[in-house]
Ligand binder design. Sequence first.
Ligand SMILES: Nc1ncnc2c1ncn2[C@@H]1O[C@H](COP(=O)(O)OP(=O)(O)O)[C@@H](O)[C@H]1O
Ligand SMILES: [Mg+2]
Length: 281
Amino acid sequence: MKKIIVEGLKYKYPLAEALALNDVTFHVEQGEFIGIIGKNSAGKSTLCQALVGLVPHFYKGAYGGKVIVDGLEVKNRSIADISLKVGMVFQNPFSQVTGSKMTVYEEIAFGLENIGIPRSEIIDRIDSVLNLLKIEQVKNHNPFDLSGGQMQRMAIASIIAMKPEILVLDEPTSQLDPAGSEEVFQAIQSLSKQGITVILAEHKMEKVAQYCDRVLLLNDGKIVDFATPEKIFSREDLEEQGISAPVYTRVCKALGVKKTGTDEYPVTLEDAEKALRGRVV
Ligand SMILES: Nc1ncnc2c1ncn2[C@@H]1O[C@H](COP(=O)(O)OP(=O)(O)O)[C@@H](O)[C@H]1O
Ligand SMILES: [Mg+2]
């Protein structure tokens, strides 16, 4: 079942001269884990915002084409309607904090209270997301006393607690150290395995390679390619696209070692190891 349909999407911010998104067309199936990559200003954040309706409802500007999320045409629905189906975690977690709650616990409860979830279920949901994001130990802290990484986890927890069908994350681990990033990716993967559709804009290519089913490569507001990580990271023009392939892929490319049984290069440690072992005599 198609969970996201984007057809001929064009968008220009007010006062901007160039299109931020230029004829973007792609479909996503339910439960897929999709990575969005591309150099700075490629349009990754704008595309994320188009999936939750901030583009065009909040940012205004010139808009053409169609975005349909879980059957709702974004252009014709309010951000409030869309947000019941699509949760978004912003690039900067500070922009996501309400600023009015005294504890992490109350901060996460806020969205749930707003949509009228019963008290006992609120408690269950919060316990579960605190555990999933490993932030139980700060549940009684003030959100503004958190480290960047803890705040980022809290922002993700608040969105996940709403149980969206589609989760859009814009560089959700930018403030996290490698161990924290890995934990957050595993948490997102477990949601994806439960059938949640995940769209993730990301700079960390090793993570994209390891976790994403398909990768959408953007440049200048246009889709360059939408394919498996192996196909995307085997492209010859990555440098031109401003992308540095995972280190495993670069080593295998340098050695001319393809993924076992395919014509593409390995993108994960496991596959690189297998392919390289095959070469050792
Ligand atoms: N609020 C805004 N107003 C005007 N132009 C913007 C705004 N946000 C982004 N842009 C422009 O839209 C283009 C795409 O930006 P963005 O979606 O932020 O790219 P990315 O997330 O890939 O770095 C860029 O040219 C950027 O300058
Ligand atoms: Mg961005």
